[in-house]
Design a protein around this ligand. Sequence first.
Ligand code: ADP
Ligand code: MG
Length: 372
Amino acid sequence: MLEIRSITKRHGAQTALDGISLTVAEGAYLSLLGPSGSGKSTLLRVIAGFDTPDEGQVTLDGRPLTGIPAHERGIGFVSQGFALFPHLSVFDNVAFGLRYHMRKPVRDGSEVRRRVLETLEMVGLAPYAQRQIQQLSGGQKQRVALARTLVVKPRLCLLDEPLGALDANLRQRMTLELRRIHSALGITFFHVTGNEMEALAMGDRVVVLDAGRILQTDTPDVVYNKPNSTAVVRFLNRYNLFAGRNDGRGGIATAAGTIAAPRSGEQRQGADYVDFCIRIDKIQVQLEGEAVGQSQAALPATYITSEFSGAIITHLFRLTDDRVVEVEDHLSHRRPAEYAAGQRYNLVWPRDEGLVFPVSAAVIEAAIRVAA
Ligand code: ADP
Ligand code: MG
């Protein structure tokens, strides 16, 4: 078990990690999601032992790692950009970690051979053992980097944006591969990414990091369906967001009209100012004038256009305040609806599917200062 306790790491005046605490169970697949600069790489470097925290401690199976050099931690690290030896073959790149292991180098050539081939087999690169690195595709280089890390049998494997350099198709394939390799090995994977869909697809647990702090730690299902704050909602890229004010009568006044608030979660609705969020796939499109039920919320909108991406259709609508919102539809659900450009519709959703987060007075004050 990996335990991260109150880790703070500063770079000069900049606080890269601000009191991070996290427990990762043995054999888990953890995703760490955060925007660029949020401290993801720094956290991995602290765990691996390449960076020393200013405060806090990391323990692995109860053993404090403080003062233990990186090469003695039994932690593998696949860094951003792979850092392979371009002049060596695939085999020699993977063998390198074994032959030159700081603690226990493997000198027996036949053992090196056996372990390298076994690992290449696992990552699907056995036929490429004698290839030069320059002759490989991005996805194959990624597999070499992974094999080089896994060949020494680490207890914990840290992956820093491992799919970041790959195109969308390959990314999809490699996510499945990584999951397969993880279950075959049974070791703990700690996977850092800036891509929300990747984080949700990969992890048994997802940690959301922002500005060196953890915003939410939960299963992908909970993070996706019940993000705990406006910040997490923004990272998910799957919600339409509205600045609103509670009208005291069960409605939220926004620039695009009043929205029927969810009836659950009243504790959050005591706040005067709120962020209202509705996921893009919860919205249905109705003809203007069609009845809206008590259990539904609605906003009038004008249809603009639709974008197709595989089986997913994103319809764009303009609200009365000129803002553009997204409505997601799926080809497998039903025949794709056709809307008339410039025509008015109602965007409708079950009102209890809306999420409401109080906006603190400090945020509003800051907005007023900017505007003034
Ligand atoms: P991420 O991997 O999420 O993009 P990083 O962990 O690389 O973020 O960086 C977190 C913050 O710390 C950033 O603001 C970055 O500029 C700063 N930072 C990281 N490494 C250094 C360093 N060696 N010196 C100074 N600032 C750094
Ligand atoms: Mg990084």
